[in-house]
Unconditional design. Structure first.
Length: 391
């Protein structure tokens, strides 16, 4: 049945009217502990004072001018990202999907301008998610995302997770532009790529002169305990997609790149009306000002260790509901034995929010500002949910 909002979402019967930190208040007054953070978006929780302050100040002055003009807040955010990462340059988008579109265009243009126009193919991996646009679904390639939406954008090679022989063979082809991967698959079920694999991918890209493209839309911006997840492996990409956490709840995404990778993207080759607008960048600057601090990231790591330890205990206590804890930092997952959607639903009754993912996993992506007490409370509520399911 058609509804006034196009019915593409399966929504829970919950209506939140207010948020503060890790808590969401339902219209009926119930308080939910939010372990989903709007799918890894509310990196600093709900209504963080610094974000509210920057946003309202900007809103009182200037909302939007377009990229026809200078935008100081955008320049400041680009400078901060360049300062803290491998990148030499940044393009701002409104979402992760748009970042994917540009990442693909940038890689192809790089080789086109280098006199290798045949290098158009991007290698991607099973279980990946890069957004729902034409390039995003073609990149992921799964039937679930692509069925009925053909003809698909050509030029993607889909490989099985962990099939090193296939990867070596594919990367050696002369029409490959890059390898695109999430350092930690989110939608795919919280599957971290081991550091050694990320290093191996870097070596493979260098060996064949192709671009390493990372999708850190879900795992970036402090979520794994480093500003960006690839830093754990001690390697850096050529192109990186960012979104979600960088805007803390305000639509904002970005493509970060080295000068060499971005060299084809000259004036007039790409654009966005809203991308990097003053409101979004005011919030992005507030997020970066907090998340990029070493002390903040150290705290994320400490809390992540605690959360993980408590979740291991939860899994041990409910072997009929849970199979294992997965993930890294505050990007955690519980592989379920029960149906993951049922576990999420039992969580609603226990007033704790989690997010389902592929591979029968529930995702735990709390605000990075979650407190130790809230972690204990979260596990107590998950325990309640599991007990209700197991009963
Ligand atoms: N890439 C990854 C890894 C994601 O997790 C997502 C969204 O879940 C996207 C891209 C698409 O981002 P957006 O929904 O902001 O367009």
């Amino acid at each position: 049945m058609i509804t006034s909002v196009l019915p593409t979402y399966n929504r829970a019967p919950l209506t939140f009217v207010k948020g503060a930190g890790s808590w969401l208040e339902e219209a009926d007054g119930r308080r939910f502990l939010d372990l989903g953070a709007g799918i890894a978006v509310n990196s600093l929780g709900h209504a963080h004072p610094a974000l509210v302050e920057n946003l309202t100040q900007q809103a009182q002055n200037l909302w939007h001018v377009s990229n026809l003009y200078q935008i100081p807040a955008q320049q400041a955010l680009a400078d901060a990202l360049v300062d803290k990462t491998f990148a030499d340059t940044v393009f701002f988008t409104n979402s992760g999907t748009e970042a994917c579109e540009l990442a693909v265009k940038m890689a192809r243009k790089h080789f086109y301008d280098a006199g290798q126009p045949e290098r158009v193919k991007i290698i991607t991996f099973e279980g990946s998610f890069h957004g729902r646009s034409a390039a995003g679904i073609a990149a992921a390639g799964s039937e679930k995302m692509t069925k009925g939406f053909g003809p698909l954008l050509p030029g993607f090679v889909h490989l099985k997770w962990g099939d090193h022989d296939a990867l070596r063979a594919a990367a050696a082809e002369s029409d490959v532009a890059g390898i695109l991967v999430e350092p930690v698959q989110g939608e795919g079920g919280i599957r971290p790529l081991p550091d050694a694999c990320l290093k191996g991918l870097r070596d493979l890209c260098d060996e064949h002169g192709i671009l390493m493209m990372l999708d850190e839309v879900q795992c970036g911006v402090g979520r794994t305990g480093k500003l960006f997840a690839h830093e754990w492996a001690g390697v850096s990409p050529d192109i990186m997609m960012v979104a979600k956490g960088i805007g803390g709840g305000f639509p904002l995404g970005a493509v970060l790149a080295t000068e060499a990778a971005a060299n084809g993207m000259t004036a007039g080759t790409h654009g966005s009306t809203y991308g990097g607008n003053p409101l979004a960048c005011a919030v992005g600057n507030a997020v970066m000002g907090i998340v990029a601090e070493d002390s903040f990231l150290a705290d994320v790591n400490r809390k992540a260790g605690l959360f993980r330890q408590k979740l291991e205990g939860l899994v041990a206590a409910h072997p009929e509901v849970f199979e294992e804890v997965r993930g890294t930092g505050l990007m955690l997952g519980l592989k379920c034995k029960a149906v993951n959607a049922d576990v999420v639903k039992a969580g609603y009754d226990a007033e704790v929010l989690t997010v389902p993912a592929a591979d029968n996993v529930i995702r735990i992506l709390p605000a990075l500002t979650i407190t130790e007490d809230e972690i204990s409370e979260a596990v107590a509520r998950l325990d309640k949910a599991a007990s209700a399911l197991g009963a």
